[in-house]
Write a protein that binds this ligand. Structure first.
Ligand code: ATP
Ligand code: MG
Length: 611
């Protein structure tokens, strides 16, 4: 466990953290250097490569430590390691927190890490974003979260945009600088003792950049926080606020200490810093000469490469406490908060909410008018047309669910960030996600079935209609679970959409409509059992041609003599009345199974990020 150190000037009673690295190296092995999402198709071709070499640096409470250097120098990688995000056997050396080996899982909870890519929900307002973050990360009542968010918005200068939506590339929201401050706020909400920020000023104008750094400086000074940030080209006024700089080049530390010392070193090396260029900018320009300075040192390092001792495996696995996570909220509260947030996102995503409900209603009316009277002619039941309607209905219902994919992928980015910091359990996310979709998809199902059922003229009784609606609801829930499962697995929308369409297409082929069970080759028969189309397709037929009335209904007659009735048709199809309910159970198992699979994938991914 970390030991408290006393802040030099804040006088605060809070625990404070001093972070130190000793001979820290990060090496990419060829077999790991280029893994794709599924880990097998991108073979590595590069040799062993050091991203960081023998890095020694220190960040103290009450100070801002700036990591700087040219692009690709290893700044983000170093910050990732300091944040406890890269915990792998590829890291060697020591990361000490208050002179003790870092307990990454604990450290991630007491620190805030703002990455460069902003994982925010574009449709939530600034206040809502901070509020959900506060409710998920703070113990206690709503009031406490409200007070914290008000305080934070004031500190971050976000009060004037509190009610504005974050926005995205396609839909304008708050400005880039405000977005950056919201991202910082999200990770500051639990008042962490350590704050690590990757490029807090990138993309900001000089006034906004200065404002952000000034804010960080006051937090470091007044609250004794340890702040580490990476920065590319700070202006003069920003530079003045840094207490210490770590200058990196090709993963090697060229300077570690005050900026004054760096200036002295440059002068000593014979450089004259022009008046309009600041010392950090200049040092990056003349990085070559500083490199020569430490060449001797790096020769020693190559020798020590032989003794490459991965540290994390020992320090983390040895600590049982590290693997035991305490969550700020009970599971019930987590589900409640996440459901509220998710439903806001769903109802505000017009493509999903509006398009899905309108599409269901329109499809119901249009299909109803196309297949109208399929059953209304007393002399001739259009059996083929009706079966065609069932098959088409299913293909429409099961294939029109990819709309949820973008929102699920967006959620996953935030989920990974939040669960890796121990904000909540991945299972709570899966439960809340399911709970939100239950009523939403019931509305969608009813909007479709109400017009279509009566227009097509299916069995005219309320019991038949209710069963048909229940079936459609379960079908859309099933496809929703299927999409949720794939959204957890795939890296992006294009892959997700093509994979889902491909698998759904093959399921349709094995529905029993195109090829009967008897004609399916043995090696493909498993697809018949796995097909999401088969079970509801059978249920549709049993609902229509089964039951007391359906059984006796004549489906084919010649000169007044009935050749095929409902009962005969079901026998011909190999269907039993009891399948009406047993198939429903199978469909519920599919819903549960896909959700469970979704949870396992998400849990595994967040576990891998955590440990
Ligand atoms: N997992 C990885 N696989 C392959 N290469 C990696 C990996 N992580 C880091 N690198 C490489 O390590 C080098 C340092 O990356 P890093 O992102 O730390 O640089 P940086 O200093 O933050 O750059 P920038 O200023 O452009 O953000 C880069 O060349 C990068 O390609
Ligand atoms: Mg970077």
């Amino acid at each position: 466990m970390e030991l408290p150190v006393t802040a030099p000037d804040s006088g605060s009673q809070k625990t404070q953290y001093k972070i130190k690295t000793k001979n820290l190296s990060y090496k990419l092995h060829p077999q790991h250097s280029n893994l794709g999402w599924f880990g097998w198709w991108e073979e590595a071709k590069s040799p062993n490569r050091y991203i960081l070499r023998n890095v020694n640096c220190e960040a103290k409470p009450g100070e801002i430590t700036a990591i700087t250097g040219p692009s690709g120098a290893g700044k983000t990688t170093l910050l990732d390691i300091l944040a406890g995000m890269i915990v792998s056997c590829r890291v060697s050396g020591h990361v000490l927190v208050n002179d003790q080996p870092m307990n990454a899982s604990h450290f991630r909870r007491v620190s805030g890490y703002v990455t460069q890519d902003e994982a925010l929900f574009p449709l939530l307002t600034v206040e809502e974003t901070l509020m959900y973050s506060a409710r998920l990360r703070l113990h206690g009542a709503l009031e406490k979260a409200k007070v914290r968010v008000t305080e934070l918005m004031k500190e971050l200068g976000l009060e004037h945009v509190a009610g504005m939506r974050i926005g995205s590339d396609t839909r304008r929201g708050i400005s880039g600088g405000e977005k950056r401050r919201v991202s910082i706020g999200v990770d500051l909400v639990h008042d962490p003792y350590v704050l690590l920020i990757d490029e807090p000023t990138s993309g900001l104008d000089s006034a906004s950049a200065l404002h952000v750094v000034f804010l960080l400086k006051s937090m470091a000074k007044n609250q004794g926080k340890t702040i580490v940030l990476t920065i590319h080209q700070p202006g003069f006024r920003i530079l003045e606020m840094f207490d210490k700089a770590v200058l990196l080049s090709n993963g090697i530390v060229l300077h570690h200490g005050s900026l004054h010392l760096l200036e002295e070193r440059l002068k000593f090396a014979g450089h004259c810093i022009p008046r309009h260029v600041n010392v950090l900018e200049f040092s990056i320009d003349v990085i070559q000469s500083l490199q020569i300075d430490i060449q001797e040192h790096s020769t020693e390092m190559s020798e020590s490469e032989e003794e490459y001792n991965p540290i994390w495996t020992i320090s983390n696995l040895g600590n049982v406490e590290a693997n035991h996570i305490f969550y700020p909220n009970s599971r019930f509260r987590e589900v409640l908060i996440l459901s509220q947030r998710f439903s806001k996102n769903v109802f505000r995503t017009k493509q999903l909410f509006f398009a899905r409900t309108m599409q269901a209603l329109l499809a119901g009316v249009v299909l109803g008018t196309i297949f109208m009277n399929a059953n209304n002619d007393p002399k001739r039941v259009k059996l083929r047309t009706q079966i065609g309607f069932f098959a088409f209905s299913l293909s429409f219902l099961l294939s029109s669910t990819t709309e949820a994919l973008p929102i699920l992928l967006e959620e996953r980015r935030v989920l990974m960030r939040e669960t890796s910091r121990g904000a909540y359990r991945a299972s709570s996310y899966v439960i809340s996600n399911t709970l939100v979709f239950l009523p939403f998809l019931l509305i969608v199902a009813l909007l479709y079935t109400t017009p279509v059922y009566w227009l097509v003229g299916l069995r005219r009784d309320i019991e038949g209609f209710l069963y048909f609606s229940l079936l459609v609801w379960i079908v859309v829930l099933m496809s929703n679970s299927f999409v949720a499962c794939f959204s957890a697995l795939v890296p992006n929308f294009i892959m997700g959409a093509s994979l889902i369409t491909g698998v759904m297409g093959s399921f349709f082929l094995f529905s029993g409509y195109f090829i009967s069970k008897e004609d399916i080759p043995r090696c493909w028969i498993f697809m018949y059992y796995l097909s999401l189309f088969r079970y509801p397709y059978e249920c549709f037929m049993i609902n229509e041609f089964g039951g007391e009335k359906g059984k006796r209904r004549c489906l084919e007659s010649v000169e007044g003599e009935c050749l095929l009735d409902g009962n005969g048709f079901l026998l011909q199809q190999g269907l039993k009345e009891s399948q009406k309910w047993s198939n429903l159970v199978v469909m519920l198992v599919f819903i549960f199974g896909y959700r469970l699979l979704c949870f396992i994938i998400l849990w595994y991914k967040s576990y891998r990020m955590r440990s």
